[in-house]
Each structure stands twice: as C-alpha cells, then as structure tokens.
Design a protein around this ligand. Structure first.
Ligand SMILES: [Zn+2]
Length: 282
C-alpha cells in the first residue's frame, strides 16, 4: 500500500508527470470499462463487471461515516475520489508497467494531484482492505490541505481493517511485539515524524504509525490531540507531534508499549465478520 502525494513541490511535479503516464495507460484500458458507479464522494470506475461492485462502493461510502464518527473529524467538504478498479492482478500490473510506475510492486496506491484524488487497485483477495486504506488517504487529503506522513499512514492502517475490528491491525501487533521482545524495536514518535518521503517508510514504520494512532484513538484526550493536530495552523509554527503527545499524555512511549501489550493480549478473542472481500472471493 502506498501513498504518492504532492507533499512538496518537487514531489508534486513528479506526481504530475506520473499522472499523465497513468492516464494514458488507463486510456489504453478504457475500452474494457464496464461501468462507473457514483455514490456520495466515491466514483468507482470498474474496468470489468463484478457482482460485488455495489457492496464495495457502499463500503467506501460508509467508510467516510466511520472515520467521522470515530475521530470526530468533519469530512463533508472532501473532494470526490476516483477509484479505478482492475479485473485482476495481472491487468493491474500490465497497467502499472505501461505507466512506468515506480509503485508497480504495490497492490493498490493513491495519488493526489492539484485537481484529482485517484485510487488504483484490483479485484483480489484483499481488495476491501486495500481500498479502505487508499480511500482513507483520499478522504483525508480531500479535506486537509496538508497532512503529515506518519499520521496519514497511521490512520489509513487503522481504518483499513473492518469496522468491527475496532482499528486493531493484528499483523502490526504481532510484528511490533515480536521485535520489541527481541530488543529490535523501540518506539520514537520524534523519529517517525521526521520521515517525509513515503518511499522511506518501512513496514515497521507503518506498524508504529498505526500503533500511535490506535493509542490516540483510545482516549478522549488522545483523540483531541489527533484531531487538533490535523487542522491547519495559521501564522504559527506547528508544535511537533511528539511534543504535543507528551504534553497531553505524559510518558507517551511507555503508554504506547503498555497499549501494545494490552492489544496483544486481546487479539486472540477477535474474529472478523464477513466483508466485501468475502462476498467477492473466487
Ligand atoms: Zn498508505
């Protein structure tokens, strides 16, 4: 899962260049377009018919309500998000190869340009998870002009799991517990928020970003830090997240590790319900 956005002028130019390549590669596939489904902020461009299309678009529309109700953010002003959905992994990778995309190894990705919020993915075993992740980026970037990379990815990892999972991303819990027990990982929000290039994020960084978001989402004070920090600051230097989180929560790093332990003890009891993926799977 990836995010390529115009966070800086240089990257915006690169993204603009890529969107042209993506559009022309897409045009080559457009003869196969089966339908465009539109609902609320979501336009699904299904490049092949699939019986689960309506369920999928409903899930992506409901995702906005879920993000709003769980965070308290107002996403009503978000711009429309175009979701381009390929028939299968092979046709998706033909498309990314044709577009000479640097993210050709990804299952899905999100691109923001000056006038578009585009998600690209394919029908596969993890389509619901992938599109919930990338569409979360779409809702956030369609609402906030700037968003720091770590919290953008942390929120996307939080909301990619089905709503009844309460944001618990089980593979991340297992990875961080394992690394911490082996002495191979210690949390550092200062380090995490210093990363501004999405290509530098490792799997551990995604997991840690998710864990910080999960900790913040678990208390009213944390949620306030999260929502306040996302809003634009005018005429003032932004306080670093690490400083703000420590000011509000105290010893944030030890709280984070306690939170991880608690989640680890709880994941054995969670059983996911059926979602769009289950309806679709071959
Ligand atoms: Zn992402």
């Amino acid at each position: 899962m990836s995010l390529i956005v115009g966070l800086a002028a240089g990257l915006l130019a690169i993204a603009g260049c890529r969107i042209d390549a993506l559009n022309s590669a897409l045009a080559a596939q457009s003869g196969r377009a089966a339908s465009v489904l539109v609902k609320d902020k979501i336009r699904v461009h299904a490049l092949s018919h699939n019986p689960a299309e309506n369920l999928l678009i409903d899930e992506l529309v409901e995702l906005k309500t879920e993000i709003e109700s769980k965070t308290g953010l107002d996403l009503s002003a978000a711009s429309p998000i175009d979701v381009y959905l390929f028939k299968d992994e092979t046709s998706f990778h033909e498309f990314t190869a044709q577009a000479n995309a640097v993210f050709a190894d990804r299952r899905a990705f999100f691109i923001k340009t000056e006038d578009a919020l585009n998600v690209y993915g394919f029908w596969g075993m993890r389509v619901a998870e992938d599109l919930r992740h990338e569409t979360t980026h779409g809702y956030l970037h369609g609402t906030f002009p700037e968003i720091d990379l770590w919290i953008d990815e942390g929120l996307a990892e939080y909301f990619e799991v089905p709503p009844d999972a309460r944001g618990v991303n089980t593979p991340h819990v297992r990875l961080l517990i394992d690394l911490h027990q082996k002495g191979l990982w210690q949390p550092s929000l200062e380090r995490l928020e210093s990363i501004t290039d999405p290509r530098q994020l490792t799997q551990i960084d995604y997991a840690e970003a998710w864990l910080w978001v999960h900790l913040l989402m678990s208390s009213p004070v944390g949620k306030e830090v999260l929502t306040t920090g996302l809003k634009p600051v005018e005429h003032l230097a932004r306080v670093p997240w690490a400083v703000e989180v420590s000011n509000m929560l105290g010893d944030a790093h030890s709280q984070l590790l306690d939170h991880l332990e608690k989640l680890h003890r709880g994941i054995g009891t969670y059983r996911p319900k059926l979602s769009v993926t289950s309806h679709f799977n071959r």
